[in-house]
Write a protein that binds this ligand. Structure first.
Ligand SMILES: [Zn+2]
Length: 497
C-alpha cells in the first residue's frame, strides 16, 4: 500500500492547490446513487466527502463545515469512478520505437505525456493498473498534476519469447529486456547470453526481484506467435508451476497474456488469477457463428475456476480502426489527443504502422483490412458474451495501447471497450460491475474503490444519465471527483496548443 500512500499525497497536494483553504469537505446533494452493492438506483441521497473519502451516504440532510463545496445532484447520477485494469502508460499510441529522439517528435511525446492521465479522467477512469512500462514512464504519469490513482504490475517472460521477440518487416527481432526467465530446457536453441548468470534468471529470482519493486501483480506472456509465426518459445509447464508457486508465496496476483485457445488452456492449467486478453484466436475451432463445444468447455472452466477475464476487445478493434476512414475525424479524438499528435497521425509518417499492418495482410485495400479485423473481433465478442451469459464477473481492461496504432487512445478506449462489451451482448449492469467492483475485488482494492459507500476513496462520477440504462451515460459525464476534488469534465479535454 506504500504506492497508494504516495499517490494520495500527490493528489491531495493538487487538491489543496485547486481549492481555497477549508474546502476539504464536499457535499453532493439530492443525487441518485448508482452503485454495484445496491439492487437499484437510490434517489435523493446526500453524500458527504471529507479529506478525499466518503464519510456518509444518507437520505437525511448532512451538516458540513462552513466553506464545504456543494454540488447540486438533482437530476444526476453518482457512481464510483471507473477502473481500467490493463493499460500501458509508457507507449505513445502510433509512435514508432525511438521516434522521440527527434526534437519535434519529442515535443509531441511530451504533449501526450501531459494529456494522457487527463484523457483517462475525461472518460471517468479514476484508477488504472499499468501492466508493463518503463519505470520512467510510470513516474511521468504520476508526476502529472491530475492523474488517476496508479497501480503497477511487473512482467516476466521466457528468454527469446514474446515480447522480447517481435516481427518487423517480416524478420524476427529481439528487444533487450532484463527480467526474463531462463529455460534450461531450451538452452540448445536459446543459449543464455554471454556474461549472464542463470541463477539470476530462475522464476524465484526474477519474481523475487520484481516483488521488491512494490508491484501488486506479475504478468507473464503465453504467446507462441502471431499469424504465420507460431514457434516462439513459451514457458514450460514446470516453469509455469514455479512462477505460480512463487507469486502465491509473495502474495502477488498472476496475470497471463494469452488470446489463443491453446495458449489460454495453458494459462488455465497454470492456475493464473487473470487472463489479460479476450479469446479471439480459436484456431482449428474457428466458425462463422456460435461457440463450438471446445471453446465453450474452455470458457466454462474459466468460470468454474473463478479466473479473472479481461476481454480487451479494443486490441483488434484498434487495428481495424487504422483502416477506418473517419478514425482521426472522430470528434472524441480532439478531446483526448493533443492537436500536435493528431496532426502527425494524418501525415504519411504517422501512417507507418497502418502500412506495415497492410503489408502483413498482403497489401490489401483499407476495406478488406478493416473487414479482416472485424471478423477476428467477432470471435472475441462471442467469447465475451458466452462468459457473460454464464454470469462470469468480467474485468474492464482496455489494453491501451496494445500496439503502435492510433486506433487506441487513453480513456476513449476504456469507454469503447465498454461499448464493445455492450455490442457483444453483455448487459449494462454487468459492464458497470466490470469497471467498478469486479476490478476492485480482483486487484485487492475493494476496501478503497468499487462502490459509493462510507469509507471508500471519493473517486466518483457525476453523470447526467443512468449507466444501468444507457451507454450514453459514460459520454455524459458532468463532473469527475478525484479524491474529493471536483473537476469539470471539459477542463480535462486536450488543450488547444
Ligand atoms: Zn497489454
Amino acid at each position: 500500500m506504500a504506492r497508494l500512500a504516495t499517490g494520495a499525497t500527490a493528489t491531495l497536494v493538487g487538491l489543496a492547490l485547486a481549492h481555497p483553504a477549508g474546502a476539504a469537505e464536499l457535499v453532493i446533494e439530492q443525487v441518485t446513487v448508482v452503485s454495484p452493492q445496491l439492487a437499484a438506483a437510490q434517489p435523493k441521497q446526500n453524500v458527504l466527502v471529507r479529506d478525499g473519502r466518503i464519510v456518509s451516504v444518507s437520505s437525511k440532510p448532512v451538516s458540513a463545515a462552513a466553506g464545504a463545496v456543494r454540488l447540486d445532484g438533482r437530476g444526476k447520477f453518482l457512481t464510483p469512478g471507473l477502473m481500467d485494469s490493463h493499460v500501458h502508460v509508457g507507449d505513445v499510441p502510433g509512435f514508432p520505437g525511438g521516434a522521440d529522439a527527434d526534437p519535434a517528435m519529442g515535443a509531441i511525446r511530451d504533449a501526450y505525456v501531459r494529456q494522457q492521465p487527463r484523457s483517462y479522467l475525461y472518460y471517468g477512469v479514476t484508477q488504472v493498473v499499468n501492466l508493463l512500462s518503463t519505470p520512467d514512464a510510470a513516474a511521468a504519469f504520476e508526476a502529472q498534476p491530475q492523474h488517476p490513482d496508479f497501480y503497477r504490475c511487473a512482467a516476466t517472460f521466457v528468454l527469446d519469447g514474446y515480447p522480447s521477440v517481435f516481427i518487423e518487416d517480416k524478420a524476427i527481432r529481439y528487444r533487450a529486456m532484463p527480467d526474463f526467465i531462463y529455460e534450461p530446457a531450451s538452452a540448445a536453441e536459446h543459449p543464455l547470453p554471454a556474461g549472464m548468470d542463470a541463477a539470476q534468471h530462475t522464476p524465484e529470482a526474477v519474481i523475487g526481484k520484481l516483488a521488491e519493486s512494490g508491484v501488486r501483480c506479475i504478468k507473464i506472456f503465453i504467446e507462441n506467435g502471431f499469424g504465420p509465426a507460431s514457434d516462439w518459445p513459451v514457458m514450460s509447464k514446470e516453469t509455469l508451476q514455479r512462477v505460480r508457486a512463487e507469486t502465491r508465496k509473495r502474495g502477488l496476483l498472476l496475470l497471463a497474456h494469452a488470446n489463443a485457445i491453446d495458449m489460454q488452456r495453458l494459462a488455465v492449467e497454470a492456475q493464473v488469477d487473470v487472463i489479460a486478453h479476450g479469446l479471439w484466436n480459436w484456431n482449428e475451432y474457428s466458425t462463422d457463428q456460435g461457440v463450438p463445444p471446445a471453446i465453450a468447455t474452455h470458457l466454462r472452466e474459466i468460470h468454474a475456476k473463478k479466473i479473472g477475464f479481461q476481454s480487451t476487445l479494443r486490441v483488434i478493434a484498434g487495428l481495424a480502426d487504422l483502416f477506418r476512414e473517419d478514425t482521426l475525424k472522430d470528434p472524441a479524438y480532439a478531446k483526448v489527443v493533443p492537436p500536435s499528435l493528431l496532426a502527425w497521425y494524418a501525415t504519411p509518417a504517422g501512417q507507418w504502422f497502418k502500412e506495415e499492418v497492410r503489408k502483413g495482410l498482403g497489401g490489401v485495400p483499407d476495406m478488406k483490412a478493416m473487414h479482416t479485423y472485424m471478423v477476428i473481433s467477432s470471435y472475441g465478442m462471442r467469447a465475451t458474451k458466452y462468459l457473460s451469459d454464464l454470469g462470469h464477473p468480467l474485468l474492464l481492461g482496455s489494453d491501451t495501447p496494445s500496439a503502435p496504432t492510433f486506433g487506441n487512445q487513453p480513456g476513449y478506449d476504456t469507454y469503447r471497450e465498454m461499448r464493445m462489451m455492450a455490442q457483444s451482448g453483455v448487459p449494462l449492469p454487468a459492464i458497470f460491475r466490470a469497471g467498478t467492483i469486479n476490478n476492485a475485488r480482483q486487484f485487492g482494492l475493494d476496501k478503497e474503490y468499487g462502490t459509493v459507500e462510507t469509507g471508500k476513496v471519493a473517486n466518483l462520477l457525476l453523470l447526467t444519465a443512468n449507466p444501468l440504462e444507457t451507454m450514453r451515460a459514460w459520454t455524459s459525464i458532468d463532473r469527475v471527483i478525484l479524491r474529493g476534488s471536483v473537476i469539470k469534465r471539459e477542463s480535462l479535454a486536450a488543450p488547444r496548443e
